[in-house]
Design a protein around this ligand. Structure first.
Ligand SMILES: *Cc1c(COP(=O)(O)O)cnc(C)c1O
Length: 395
């Protein structure tokens, strides 16, 4: 059945090219783990997980065990890292479906060990990435809890310390001072892990910003010092956007970062179609509470896309969409299911015309950064708020 025309097009070829480009940037220092959490940043897990695997990814990262199961159903052989940790009762599913959990709370490690025992797992057979809090104060083992966490990886335990992970919280600050301090704390922790007689294969650090800022070599130097291999976890860059650096580089961005911005290709376009066009006289108001007043006769086009689809309500009266290759301002409030654009200056617009909410049409482009700036948020939120009812199609 033809569906309501509000859809997202996913160019899997661009995703594959982005992956290969980023893997080249990381090599030979670090292996990449492709972040596909939150339905691949709203891009559709079903389309994106197989695409990054085709491009060479051996590791995929998700938030939850539920998302991990969805990846496992799509990608039988990939390593699937569950970065948000396990919850009570989820250990058995982790073991059965060969997911790789990140853990940091003692009870998470107990949940996993209990499930592995129950499944008859032998010592050291369930790989775990232990998250270390190196300063973000969000999740991860702090210095005081390290001993208790490491004790859970005794020789008799079914748990194996496969990775040591941390999250950098200011990799998009160009001076790198916070990252340097975090890596120093990580280095100290790795020393304690060695003293405890444990060895982990992977040092798992850094998202898109760290990779694009050229941190791969620093992370791999740290990994090699402890006989480990480095792994980095890009998300946003895979989907074609290089994070903004704030504060930025002085006096200018490194050439590599500039080149990466030029090379990365957006993967997602978000489109709809004009339902109908109406002429209104001067004095007409538009939408809820009449926040827009027509001061002259106007032509308005109605679109089947609203905040229920992920069009931010803040965009009303302060953003433009593309139709017939030109910018058409959103007028009045964005409704749950509809919005209205001013097409007075584009007289050929008619019912059925394609409208670009995010993407390129003619010579004009609207990026997720443009949406984010207008809605006072970040591209990550713009992508992940595109509604479940918006169809994702591969192109
Ligand atoms: C989401 C996430 C990433 C990816 O971050 P980007 O900035 O999108 O590259 C990496 N690591 C962790 C722990 C995350 O939660």
């Amino acid at each position: 059945m033809p569906t309501r025309p509000c859809w997202v097009e996913i160019r899997t070829q661009s995703l594959e090219e982005n992956y290969r480009f980023l893997a080249g940037l990381a090599a030979p220092h670090a292996e990449l783990l492709a972040i596909v959490k939150a339905n691949a940043y709203g891009h559709s897990l079903a389309l994106c997980a197989p695409a990054v695997v085709r491009a060479g990814a051996r590791w995929l990262g998700v938030t939850s065990v539920e998302e991990g199961l969805a990846v496992r159903a799509l990608c039988a052989d990939a390593h699937v890292l569950v970065i948000g940790g396990v919850f009570p009762g989820q250990g058995a599913v982790v073991v059965r479906h060969r997911l790789t959990p990140v853990a940091w709370e003692p009870w998470q490690l107990d949940e996993l060990a209990g499930a592995a025992h129950a499944a008859g797992a032998v010592s050291g057979s369930l790989p775990v990435h232990l998250e270390i809090d190196t300063g973000m104060s969000r999740q991860g083992v702090g210095p005081d809890a390290l001993g208790a966490a490491l004790a859970r990886f005794s020789a008799a335990s079914p748990l194996r310390l496969e990775g040591v992970m941390t999250h950098l919280y200011a990799a998009d600050e160009a001076d790198g001072a916070v990252t340097e301090a975090q890596l120093k704390r990580l280095d100290e922790t790795l020393g304690k892990i060695e003293v405890a007689g444990l060895y982990a294969e992977w040092l798992n650090v850094g998202s898109s910003a760290a990779l694009l800022a050229g941190q791969a070599s620093a992370i791999s130097v740290l990994a090699e010092r402890w006989g480990m291999k480095a792994m980095m976890r890009p998300g946003l860059a895979l989907y074609g956007l290089a994070p903004a650096f704030d504060p930025g580089f002085e006096p200018r961005e490194p050439a590599e970062l500039n080149a990466a911005r030029a090379r990365l290709q957006p993967v997602l376009s978000w489109k709809t179609r004009v339902i109908g066009v109406r002429a209104v006289p001067a004095g007409a108001v538009v939408g809820y509470n009449g926040t827009f007043l027509a001061t002259e006769p106007m032509r308005l086009a109605l679109l089947p896309a609203g905040y229920g689809d992920g069009v931010d309500r803040q965009l009303g009266n302060r953003f433009s969409l593309l139709v017939r290759g030109q910018k058409a301002p959103l007028v009045g409030r964005v409704s749950m299911d509809q919005s209205v654009i001013d097409v007075t200056e584009i007289p050929e617009v008619d019912a059925g015309d394609e409208v670009v909410i995010l993407g390129t049409q003619g010579g004009e482009t609207i990026t997720a950064f443009d949406h984010a700036d207008a809605a006072e948020t970040i591209p990550w939120e713009v992508f992940t708020r595109i509604g479940a009812r918006v169809r994702r199609v591969a192109v």
